[in-house]
Structures are given as structure tokens and as C-alpha cells.
Design a protein around this ligand. Structure first.
Ligand code: C2O
Ligand code: CU
Ligand code: CU
Length: 508
């Protein structure tokens, strides 16, 4: 019964603590060095850029004195940061040194289906796969990660994820902080459950709750390091935040509640920077922010669980029995806050960078004819405790569905015409929030029940759909045609994806 019970507790906790409370996070001094992933620019011959990636095993020290077996790309844990420019043709040679089949997917990239790195491009142990495409989209913080059928959760959890930064000429002229590792940093946030011996604990066979809610852990890592301290060299700091967690949604704010500016979403720069005090970031989303630390303070980025919550459900939306069940199962512990990492700005020098209000101009596709409207109904088909338990024990993958169907790699669910504009309505008919992701496009969010603000004003490839919420996204599909090789759309809670909340489309 654990999962449903925990879930009700969680909902209740959200309902009874309406105001942000920060006191639960104490001000401790972090001392682990902030990790800046190694930057790789590839080997350049004009517009052609060649990358060699090796998917490998390694050992990492995450807890003091303990060696954690990890997976990584060109390093023991996580991937190096790859960087290229709009207009470049990239040629990425991916070797698999693991003893397991894997894939490497280019999340957020507009590219031919064969280069996508989804479940249809497996790389068997000892084999190599070549992904080639031209970068034809604006500057953005994209990412790459494993996408093996039914194993994405475990493989990303082990470390198969990294950042892919795309640059362009227009964004260079803005004067934003952009010196990698100086005033511009990837911030890959992940939560892990770590055993006493240092090893990562993924989902046990009988762990019903983690299967249903998604795998979460109590140790928060930033670029693979816990409790890290970034010694700011400059007074203006750009953070390219990627929620690389399997399932946890973070409500981020600084412990002194200072404001900061959102400059970019998944697909690149917003049209205008937005000043806020907090952001909610779901798995796979990227939000670029710029924070002013010219006051020389020591500040901690925290996850404030009480602030908004993944549920965001009001009790009035709940049925009678759910409300009763909640009061039966509730205990008095509110959801937990977590420290993410700390910035010490006591030695920061004045920055010459700026954050203009006007950042970019987005192409307006709202006037173009809509070629097709589709509906995606997200369901956790039967989440009764008995079924959940049975499914978990027998290992069936059919619990999570889109439009009543679980992912079948041999079934094409949708056929899209290249170069056309479509509107997809995403309906969440379940008790959990789902971050819905579509490969090969950047979309705009329309008609969101809870309003569109902050990073959701920009181009997105993942959108968080709250329980009971319906929203629409509009997008123009790029001109790559391949009637045999599908792209995916799915929930980016990786345990939901692995259990079937995924479908396939071809572009013709
Ligand atoms: Cu981030 Cu289908 O992927
Ligand atoms: Cu993707
Ligand atoms: Cu989901």
C-alpha cells in the first residue's frame, strides 16, 4: 500500500503548508569544490566538428572515503560538456565500453530520426554508433543521455547524461556572462539514494513506490558532487540549470530569497529576461538564470518543498474518498527541503557582463495554418494498490499509458507531415504531475490551466503537466523525413517512460 499512502501524505503536506518556510534548511558551510564538467569542443575542420565519445564505467568518490561505481561519457561519472555552434555539422562517434546495450539521445536537438539516439539506435557492447547532423537552431543548453528501452531510468541514474551547449552569433552580442567555468556554469542537479558502501541504489524488485512515483534519493548532487561550494570570480553568474534527476521536481530559490533573472528555457533565450525569486524545474527541463552576487554574500540554492510542490493540487479538486484517505494516512512531517549548492561571492570581482531585457525574437508561428491537432491522454492506468503491487512483482510494463496504450517499439502511433504546424493537447488524467517531452521539436505552451510564466514563455521541449491539468503546445516540425524511423514522445519521469508512458511518431 506504500505508494498510494505516501502519495496522500504528500498531497496533504502540500495542502497544509501554504507559505514558504525556509527555517528547515540551516545555514551550513559547504566545502566540496564545485565541479565544472570538462569542456569538449571536438576537432574542427571548417564547419565540420568531430567528437569521439566513450561510454564507460568508472569509480567516483561521492561520499567521503567511499568509491561509488558510476557510468560516464569520456569520464568516470556523467558526460563532459560538449559545445558547438549553429551552422556546424557535428559528427559524433559513440563507442560503448559497457557490457550492456545503451543509446545516446540528443535531447532538444532538431535532427534526422536516425541521428536521434533513441531506442531505435542501440549501441551494443563493444560497438560504435555514428550520429551526424547539422545544428540548425538557436543557442541553447541542450543535453544528451541514454535512452535504452526499459532501462533509461537505470542508465541515466548510473550517470549517462551530459550537457550540450549550442552557441550562435546573435546571442554572443548580448554581453551575457559567457565564460565557461568563470561566470557561466552547467548545473546538473540529480538526487541519488546511496548505500553505506557508496554504491547507488536504484529500484529494487519489490519497490512499488519508486516504480510508480519515480526513483528519488536523499543525496543531492550538482555535476556529480554533494554540498559543493562555488567560489564566484565574477559578480554576475550564469547558471545553466538542468534537472537531470529521474523523477524529482525542484522548487529552487536562494536561501536569502534574492531575485535573479531567467534568460533561457529548454530551446534557448527567452524574448525578454524575467526577474523572479524562485523557479520550478521538472526532470529534463533546462532553465538558464543569471544571479547578481555583487554584495559578496554566501548564498545557498535550495529546494523548497513547501513552495509549490509537484502536486500543486488543491483539495477542492480531490474526491471525497481521497480526502478521507488523506486524513487517515497523514502524518505531520512536511515534505523535505534540500540544499543544492552554495556560492561564496566574497572574492568576486566586478563583472563587465550585463543582462539586457530584450534577448531575442521568436518566430511567430501562430498565424500559420494548423495542419493537425492531436490529443495525448496521460494515465497511470490502474493505480490501485493491489494492481500496482502485482505489476511490480510480476514485472509487467503496462501500468503507464498514453491514449490508453503502453509503448510498443513495433507500433507507430502518429504520422506527422514535415514542415507543418501542429497543436497537441496534453491531458493529465492522473494524480501525479508528468513532464511531457517531444523529440525533434521546440514548442510553445498554450492554454495552460495554471498560467504560463517565466521560462514557460520560451521555447520548450518538456512541459510539466499538473495532475488534472490540460494544456496545449504548438510546434513546427522540421523538414526531416523518414517513414521508417520514429521519434519518441514521453513522460520524462524515467520510471514512467520505462514502464510505458511513451509513444512513437514518424515525420514524412
Ligand atoms: Cu530526454 Cu526521449 O528524452
Ligand atoms: Cu528527447
Ligand atoms: Cu510521468
Amino acid at each position: 500500500m506504500t505508494s498510494r499512502r505516501q502519495f496522500f501524505k504528500y498531497l496533504l503536506a502540500i495542502a497544509i503548508v501554504p507559505i514558504p518556510v525556509l527555517s528547515a534548511v540551516s545555514k551550513k558551510i559547504f566545502s566540496n569544490k564545485f565541479s565544472v564538467p570538462r569542456l569538449e569542443l571536438g576537432e574542427r575542420k571548417g564547419k565540420d566538428v568531430y567528437f569521439n565519445l566513450n561510454i564507460q564505467k568508472g569509480l567516483s568518490q561521492i561520499l567521503p572515503g567511499k568509491a561509488t561505481p558510476t557510468w560516464g561519457i569520456n569520464q568516470p561519472f556523467l558526460g563532459t560538456t560538449l559545445r558547438a555552434k549553429k551552422g556546424d555539422s557535428v559528427h559524433i562517434n559513440v563507442s560503448n565500453s559497457l557490457s550492456r546495450t545503451t543509446t545516446l539521445h540528443w535531447h532538444g536537438v532538431k535532427l534526422p530520426a536516425k541521428a536521434d539516439g533513441g531506442p531505435h539506435q542501440p549501441i551494443h557492447p563493444g560497438k560504435t554508433w555514428l550520429s551526424e547532423y547539422e545544428i540548425n537552431q538557436p543557442a541553447a543548453s541542450l543535453w544528451y543521455h541514454a535512452h535504452q528501452m526499459h532501462e533509461t531510468g537505470e542508465q541515466v541514474y548510473n550517470g549517462l547524461a551530459g550537457m550540450f551547449i549550442v552557441d550562435d552569433d546573435e546571442s554572443k552580442l548580448l554581453g551575457l556572462p559567457s565564460e565557461y567555468g568563470i561566470d557561466d556554469f552547467p548545473v546538473i542537479i540529480q538526487d541519488k539514494e546511496i548505500n553505506k558502501d557508496g554504491s547507488f541504489e536504484y529500484i529494487g524488485r519489490f519497490d512499488v513506490e519508486a516504480g510508480m512515483m519515480g526513483k528519488m534519493g536523499e543525496t543531492i548532487l550538482v555535476n556529480g558532487v554533494t554540498n559543493s561550494l562555488l567560489s564566484a570570480q565574477k559578480s554576475l553568474i550564469r547558471l545553466r540549470i538542468l534537472n537531470g534527476s529521474n523523477a524529482r521536481i525542484y522548487n529552487l530559490q536562494f536561501d536569502d530569497n534574492r531575485s535573479f533573472k531567467i534568460i533561457a528555457s529548454d530551446g534557448g533565450l527567452l524574448e525578454e529576461s524575467v526577474s523572479v525569486n524562485n523557479i520550478t524545474i521538472a526532470p529534463a527541463e533546462r532553465i538558464e538564470i543569471v544571479v547578481d552576487v555583487s554584495d559578496g554574500a554566501r548564498i545557498t540554492l535550495i529546494h523548497n518543498a513547501q513552495m509549490d510542490g509537484m502536486g500543486n493540487m488543491e483539495s477542492s479538486e480531490m474526491g471525497f474518498f481521497e480526502t478521507i484517505a488523506m486524513s487517515i494516512f497523514a502524518d505531520d512531517s512536511p515534505p523535505k527541503n534540500y540544499n543544492i549548492f552554495q556560492i561564496d561571492a566574497s572574492k568576486a570581482l566586478p563583472s563587465s557582463a550585463t543582462v539586457p531585457i530584450k534577448l531575442s525574437t521568436h518566430q511567430d508561428i501562430s498565424q500559420e495554418p494548423i495542419a493537425e491537432r492531436r490529443t495525448m491522454l496521460l494515465k497511470m492506468e490502474d493505480d490501485s494498490p493491489f494492481t500496482t503491487m502485482t505489476v511490480a512483482i510480476l514485472g509487467s510494463k503496462d501500468l503507464m499509458t498514453i491514449n490508453g496504450k503502453s509503448m510498443d517499439i513495433n507500433r507507430i502511433d502518429e504520422v506527422v507531415k514535415a514542415g507543418t504546424v501542429e497543436v497537441w493537447k496534453i491531458v493529465n488524467d492522473s494524480m501525479m504531475a508528468h513532464p511531457f517531452h517531444i523529440h525533434n521539436v521546440q514548442f510553445k505552451v498554450l492554454n495552460k490551466m495554471h498560467g504560463i510564466k517565466g521560462h514557460e514563455l520560451g521555447y520548450k521541449d518538456v512541459v510539466l503537466v499538473q495532475p488534472g491539468e490540460t494544456l496545449e503546445v504548438v510546434m513546427k516540425f522540421p523538414d526531416f523525413r523518414d517513414d521508417k524511423t520514429p521519434y519518441m514522445y514521453h513522460c520524462h519521469i524515467l520510471e514512467h517512460e520505462d514502464r510505458g508512458m511513451m509513444g512513437q511518431f514518424v515525420v514524412v
